[in-house]
Write a protein that binds this ligand. Sequence first.
Ligand SMILES: Nc1nc2c(ncn2[C@@H]2O[C@H](COP(=O)(O)OP(=O)(O)OP(=O)(O)O)[C@@H](O)[C@H]2O)c(=O)[nH]1
Ligand SMILES: [Mg+2]
Length: 314
Amino acid sequence: MILNKLNRQNQFRCGWVAIMGPPNAGKSTLLNGCLGQKVAIVTPQAQTTRNQITGILSDAEAQVIFMDTPGIHQLRGKMNRLLLQSAWQAMDRADALILALDGDMYARKPEFLDHDIRPILPALQGEKRPVLIVVNKIDLLGDKSRLLPVLEVLHAAVPEAEIFPLSALTRDGLPELLAFLKKTLPEKAAQFPDDQLSTLPSRFMAAELVREKLFLSMRQELPYFTAVDIEHWEGDPEKNLTRIHAVIYVGKASHKGMVIGRGGKNLKRVGESARKEMEELLGTKVYLELWVKLKENWPDDLNFLHSLGLGRSE
Ligand SMILES: Nc1nc2c(ncn2[C@@H]2O[C@H](COP(=O)(O)OP(=O)(O)OP(=O)(O)O)[C@@H](O)[C@H]2O)c(=O)[nH]1
Ligand SMILES: [Mg+2]
C-alpha cells in the first residue's frame, strides 16, 4: 500500500499548456522565461506573435509543452481571424490553461481590465482543466499593493483559478508557477525527447528573427504589414556555414522604401542583428541575404497566410 502510494507520487507527468491572453501581456516572454531560452520573438508592440509557438520544458519529473499563442483581441480581417483561430485551437488541446495579463497596466488603468479579458473570460469560467492566471510585469510596480484590486477582480471572475503575480522578464515568481503547473499535469510519459526545445523548424525560427528585428527597427505600425518567408536555405558543413535567403513581403508599394531605409540602412541593420541571433540558434556562421518584395494586400490573401503557417496548430 505504502509502496503503491510512493510509486504514484513518482509518476512522470506530461501535458500541453496554452498561454493565452490579450496582446502585449508578455506571453512570449513568459514562454522564454519558463524555458530559460528564447524560442518566441518578443517586441514592445502588440500582435507580435502570429503562430502557435511550442516550447518544451523537460526535467526528471515532468515535461511541460507550452503553446504560446497570438493575443486575443477583437480586430477584424482575414489575418486576425487566423490569429484568433490558432489561439483557440491551442486552448482546445491544452491540459492546463494560463491566462497572462499585464499586471502593471491594470494597476495603473483598471478600467482596461474588463475590456481586455471580456473575449476570453467566458471560455475560462466553469473550466474543468486547471486555470492559472499570470499577473505579469510586477517588476514595474513600485507599490505592489496597487495590484490588490486587480487580483480581487480576477478572483471574483474566475474563483477556481490559481493566481500568480510574477515577472516573466526577471523570472521573479516563475519557479512557483512551474512547480504548480507540473503538479497539475496528467500522469503520462514524455511525448518528446528531453533535449528537444520546440517543435518548430529552424527555418521558421530564422524567419521569426527577421520579423522581430523589423518590429524593433521600425516603431510605427508598419511591421504589422510585413511578413517574412525563407526562400532558400543551404547548409555548408565544410565551412560550418548556413546560407539563408529571406524575403520580406510588404503589402503596399510605399512600404518597400521604408523597410529598406535611406541608403539601405534599415535593411542592413535588420539583417545584421537577425544574422547574429541566427548564428547562435544554428551554431554555424550564417550568410543572410534579405530581399524586400511587394505582395499587394497580403494580409487578405488566405493562401499566402496559410503558406506562412498562420492558423495552423501543432
Ligand atoms: N518590465 C517587464 N516587461 C515585460 C515583462 N514581460 C513582458 N514584458 C515586455 O512586454 C512587451 C511585450 O512582451 P511579449 O512577450 O512580446 O508580449 P506578448 O503577450 O507575447 O505579445 P503579442 O505576441 O503581441 O500578443 C515586451 O516589450 C516585453 O519585454 C515583464 O515581466 N516585465
Ligand atoms: Mg507574443
